[in-house]
Ligand binder design. Structure first.
Ligand SMILES: CC(C)(COP(=O)(O)OP(=O)(O)OC[C@H]1O[C@@H](n2cnc3c(N)ncnc32)[C@H](O)[C@@H]1OP(=O)(O)O)[C@@H](O)C(=O)NCCC(=O)NCCS
Length: 145
């Protein structure tokens, strides 16, 4: 399935919010403009998977990864993460960070490693996700691109 998967750019903001709310992930800081660095699979009016990237020079934040329940375990999550990483590299990033409460082992099996919050770059620490939207108990992981 993943091999022939079409991943599209710029999902509709409302659809992204809908999927994130269903997965209990943060939405309040997302703007229409952010959608330029988001990707989706499935129909534009009913995506089955999404992921977003925020670019800060050499650093990037991966966020908002969701695959709808009925489409999980077919490689979509992995394909979306790979697309997000490619986008971050193309945008000039050499390291990508993320916060998660629900998918730490998924990301660790994709070569993400636990990372000290104290050593995080200022741009990443200043994101709404880092500064408060994600619970303090979230795992903080990073990967060299
Ligand atoms: C995490 C998520 C995106 C994975 O999507 P998916 O399409 O099922 O992932 P894949 O099919 O590509 O799975 C790849 C591998 O990860 C494993 N995996 C999937 N979800 C996992 C999870 N939550 N925790 C640990 N491992 C997971 C799969 O078993 C599979 O293992 P394999 O490579 O040994 O076969 C999906 O479970 C999801 O939407 N979860 C809710 C939202 C969430 O937690 N998002 C992350 C917030 S940053």
């Amino acid at each position: 399935m993943a091999a022939s998967l079409a991943i599209h750019r710029e999902p509709r903001h409302a659809e992204v919010v809908r999927l994130l709310e269903r997965a209990a992930l943060p939405t309040s800081d997302l703007t229409d403009e952010d959608m330029r660095d988001f990707f989706y699979v499935g129909p534009a009016n009913a995506p089955i998977g999404i992921v977003g990237v925020q670019l800060y020079g050499a650093d990037a934040l991966l966020r908002s990864l969701v695959v709808t329940q009925e489409h999980r375990a077919h490689g979509l999550g992995r394909a979306l993460v790979e697309r997000a990483e490619q986008h971050a590299r193309e945008g000039g990033a050499s390291k990508i960070y993320l916060l998660t409460t629900t998918a730490e082992s998924f990301f660790r099996s994709r070569d993400y490693v636990p990372t000290s919050r104290d050593g995080a770059p200022l741009a990443i620490r200043s994101t709404p996700e880092f500064a408060g939207l994600c619970p303090a108990s979230s795992a903080f992981l990073s990967k060299q691109l």
